[in-house]
Design a binder for this molecule. Structure first.
Ligand code: UDP
Length: 376
């Protein structure tokens, strides 16, 4: 017998005087089963967005995607459906349009209870941002302004914002925690993350009903273990792992390691590489945290707490996947910080979140995804 039918029979056969009390207990349970709370995910077809959609589904939420596919492909939704068995609802729109966003948010609130919005939609290439600062300011800051206005008008108050550890620049102390100063941004991209954090904090201090988590990512890598979704860089990959996997697959020239004369043990830069599914689950934990901690506005570092050098990552990739990485040392890349990794104690403590995967597992899944792409 289904849960709904069972509850129906209990109500029918209960004595009249018990019915009111039973209804009060059982109807919320019935609703819990029938109506999953909605989480709206802007940029939900992107790399971190798509993995977060899967994690939300697995945790019993109903993710709804907003995406204009300017840096992703509609086929990503098929990959999500292969994992979850459900193709998520989609609003195909540009987040700069407040009116389009408002329509989508109002349609969601009419459809069920909205637990919150996770805002990924943004341009993200550091180098490109120095070439196209107007585009980055307009898109990244403009869409966050529009989203806050649409949330305010539609009565949706919980926001999880996709930020970055670039807000810290090169911190004086590593591991870095959330109290470290925000340094002047190195790039227009970095500036847009700082500006959006500031915008959200100012909106929180105003009379607008808003609660927010500002999630400062370290270096997300890897893919869903099924290899049905992963990172799909359009054109030349700028980040280490997508370039490395494409170089190993023979699709690119050998990897250039940007600098081996840094003041680190092996001379290469140090970063904190986190499995994208661990990062995705932190977004689910943030939504749950906002549901029971409003009104709040807090920043959280999301990293493993361990720094690895570029040379260590290459060695770990070769050992884990049993394949050689073609690479050569080259000059430093301008704007690179020497070393940064997270103190993520606050996220552990407040969100009850921890990483489940290590570097080797993330590199295994990154390579599995690349192999799957080659077969597709
Ligand atoms: N890196 C590299 N070669 C590449 C891409 C990246 O040596 O083709 C290095 C980069 O200098 C940095 C690390 O890999 O030390 C991570 O770079 P990524 O761009 O992935 O992340 P971010 O610099 O934004 O932390």
């Amino acid at each position: 017998m289904s849960v709904c039918k069972g509850i129906y029979h209990v109500l029918i056969y209960a004595k009249t005087e018990h019915k009111v009390a039973l209804r009060m207990v059982l109807i919320p349970i019935l609703n819990l089963n029938m109506e999953k709370r909605i989480v709206i995910v802007t940029g939900g077809a992107g790399y971190i967005g798509s993995h977060t959609v899967v994690a939300l589904h697995e945790s019993g939420y109903r993710p709804v995607i907003i995406d204009d596919f300017s840096n992703s492909k509609p086929e990503v939704l098929d990959g999500i459906a292969k994992i979850t068995g459900v193709k998520p609802q989609l609003f195909s729109l540009d987040c700069r349009s407040k009116n389009d966003l408002l329509e989508a948010l109002q349609s969601c609130t009419a459809d069920g209870e909205v637990a919150g919005v996770i805002h990924f939609a943004a341009y993200k290439a550091v180098g490109e941002s120095t070439e196209k600062p107007l585009d980055y300011f307009e898109n990244n800051i403009g869409s966050t302004v529009s989203l806050l206005a649409a949330m305010s008008e539609s009565g949706v108050s919980n926001l999880v914002f996709s930020s970055s550890c670039t807000v810290y620049g090169q911190p004086d102390q590593i591991p870095v925690d959330e109290s470290a100063p925000i340094l002047p941004a190195e790039s227009p991209y970095g500036y847009t993350k700082q500006a959006c954090e500031r915008l959200i904090m100012d909106a929180f201090k105003s009379s607008m009903p808003l609660s927010a988590c500002l999630l400062r990512y370290f270096n997300p890598i890897g893919a869903h273990q099924s290899a049905n979704i992963g990172e799909l860089p359009i054109g030349h990959p700028n980040n280490l792992i997508p370039y490395l996997t494409q170089a190993v697959a023979g699709l690119r020239n050998p990897l250039t390691v940007f600098g081996n004369d840094y003041p680190t043990e092996d001379g290469t830069c140090i970063r904190d590489y986190i499995h994208v599914m661990d990062l995705a689950r932190a977004h689910v934990a943030s939504i749950a945290w906002l549901e029971s901690n409003s009104p709040s506005c807090e920043a959280f570092n999301l990293g493993t707490g361990t720094g690895k050098s570029v040379s260590e990552v290459i060695a770990a990739f070769e050992k884990t996947n049993g394949i050689e990485v073609p690479y050569a040392f080259g000059p430093r890349r301008s704007g690179d910080v020497v070393a940064i990794f997270a103190n993520a104690e606050k996220a552990h403590r407040e969100l009850g979140w921890n990483c489940e995967f290590n570097l080797e597992e993330a590199l295994r899944d990154a390579w599995k995804w690349q192999l799957q792409l080659a077969q597709a």
